[in-house]
Design a protein around this ligand. Structure first.
Ligand code: T46
Length: 143
């Protein structure tokens, strides 16, 4: 675990992948369900082609979904908000993930041209699980 991330937002924790550094022949990163990843994985998705420097993704929270989010190439800024505390975290280490539990408003921005986001989730996609309205998020997070 990278203590230097110093996460201060509730519902958020760092996740460190097992890593084998075989340079110059590559690095190997391992994510195993219920080991490094704190749940059984039901869905994997990734986002690439983030070359637009003004791209913004996220801008929502989830009601029940848990996810671990990695920046496996390049870098990005992850904005975290639990309704009381806000924090920005720079992700630029493929072995370092952020475990997002429910009711964490998250926004991603400032992508490097080569950035790739990888997400491991504990549930299938469900649009009904999204909270896309910030006022509703604040009401739920503070209740
Ligand atoms: C997060 C970032 C990194 C699906 O049909 N299935 C899926 O599994 C997903 C994730 C999305 N979609 C559809 C739903 C929307 O019509 O793809 C469209 C864009 O999805 P979304 O608004 O979720 O995209 P992002 O990049 O803003 O957010 C997603 C995650 O929801 C979010 O939690 O951390 O990726």
């Amino acid at each position: 675990m990278n203590k230097s991330l110093n996460l201060r937002v509730n519902g958020v924790q760092p996740v460190k992948l097992a890593t084998f550094k075989d340079l110059p022949d590559g690095n190997l990163f391992i994510a195993e369900a219920a080991k490094q990843i704190p749940f059984e994985i039901k869905r994997v998705y990734f986002i690439n082609s983030l070359a637009n420097p003004k791209a913004v993704r996220g801008k929502h929270a989830h009601r029940k979904l848990e996810q671990v989010l990695f920046c496996i190439s390049g870098s990005l800024l992850l904005h975290l908000d639990d309704g009381e505390n806000k924090q920005r975290v720079k992700l630029n280490d493929p072995s370092m993930g952020i475990w997002l539990r429910p009711l964490v408003w998250h926004v991603m921005s400032s992508f490097s041209y080569d950035s790739i986001i990888l997400v491991l989730a504990n549930e299938w996609f469900d649009e009904g699980d999204y909270i896309r309205d910030y006022a509703e998020f604040l009401r739920l997070a503070r209740s």
